[in-house]
Design a protein around this ligand. Structure first.
Ligand SMILES: Cc1cc2nc3c(=O)[nH]c(=O)nc-3n(C[C@H](O)[C@H](O)[C@H](O)COP(=O)(O)OP(=O)(O)OC[C@H]3O[C@@H](n4cnc5c(N)ncnc54)[C@H](O)[C@@H]3O)c2cc1C
Length: 290
């Protein structure tokens, strides 16, 4: 299958950070993904699946391995019956939310503003505004490292806060079956708009970021702790703690991975020192060598 070389990963992540990938694939079908997996087994190179790149941090040196991008070219929505929808992994949450609203189905409004793909959201059990993927996910189809297709019920996927079976095990999510309820399309559209306005009033949506940099600690919120430590506006080069939302570390220009990581550790040290809390990265750091 065709691939690009030296594709700059900063162009494929919302943080706008990351050097070149050795190979960059954009498969359009399950068969093509399978072919890449099989070829990769032979080659023995590191491999990573990339969705919309809204929760990843690549190194400035890039990724010495194969990137398999599942985005627009691998998207699609198929309505089944009784409010069940099968969605290909590369479909964006926003696109799916508007499709569901048009078709009078509710239950996905919470995810309408999460700027990732359905595949990435399953992996992360993405959530917002009192909803999470766990609430709507019925089953997934995924390929194992041999390219074999499996179907697994959501109840076996170990879904918890920003965690799934896939965060600890290899599997390429290719589709998800999601369950919704019938509703008035106008009401669903209105809820999406309400959450959109809320998000835009609180989060720096005009800045490059990967959303909340840290996971929610057991007690409290990372953003509140960072705010109380007086860290908003603190910077290392072009990496900065957002002045609009303390939980977002942003790329305020031409930030490097090194600067971003230095700011991460500065924030972690300060929050530990002042509040005694360990902040854990929610953003997934991808080492250069895979
Ligand atoms: C402005 C902003 C706001 C955000 N708000 C929220 C929020 O409210 N709630 C929230 O939960 N998150 C939020 N995020 C984080 C992010 O959008 C989510 O984690 C999202 O689910 C990631 O999806 P993605 O397609 O971008 O995945 P990527 O960032 O591309 O990948 C994330 C991880 O999933 C893996 N992966 C992706 N697709 C697949 C697949 N098909 N099969 C196997 N592995 C795969 C990748 O290898 C990687 O490990 C926000 C991010 C931004 C930039």
């Amino acid at each position: 299958m065709n691939y690009k070389t030296n594709e700059q990963l900063k162009n494929w992540t919302t943080l706008r950070i990351g050097g070149p990938a050795s190979r960059f694939y954009e498969p359009q079908t399950i068969e093509e993904i399978r072919a890449v997996l099989l070829e990769n087994r032979q080659a023995g190179a590191p491999l990573m699946i990339l969705g919309n790149g809204s929760n990843v941090l690549f190194e400035d040196e890039g990724y010495e391995g194969w990137i398999v991008h599942l985005g627009e070219e691998f998207s699609g929505i198929e309505e089944r019956e009784n409010g069940m929808v099968r969605v290909l992994a590369g479909t964006e949450n926003g696109e799916l939310a508007h499709y569901l609203a048009r078709h009078g189905l509710k239950g996905f409004e919470f995810a309408s503003g999460i700027p990732g793909t359905v595949g990435g959201a399953v992996i992360m059990n993405a959530g917002a505004y009192d909803g999470e993927y766990k609430d709507i996910l019925v089953r997934v189809g995924y390929l194992d490292e041999n390219g074999e297709l499996h179907e697994e019920d959501a109840s076996n996927l170990d879904l918890s806060y920003r965690h799934s079976w896939f965060t600890d095990n290899f599997g390429v999510v290719v589709y998800a079956d999601l369950q919704f309820e019938e509703a008035d399309p106008e009401a669903v559209h209105a809820r999406i708009q309400e959450l959109h306005d809320k998000r835009h009033s609180k989060q720096p949506m005009d800045k490059a970021s990967a959303g909340s940099t840290f996971k929610r600690p057991v007690n409290g919120y990372a953003s509140a702790l960072i705010h109380e430590c007086g860290l908003q506006g603190t910077n290392v080069g072009d990496a900065m703690v957002s002045t609009k939302h303390a939980g977002f570390l942003i790329n305020d220009g031409e930030c490097t991975c090194k600067e971003f990581l230095e700011l991460v550790s500065l924030v972690q040290k300060e929050v530990k020192a002042q509040k005694g809390v360990d902040l854990e990265l929610e953003v997934r750091f991808v080492p250069h060598k895979g």
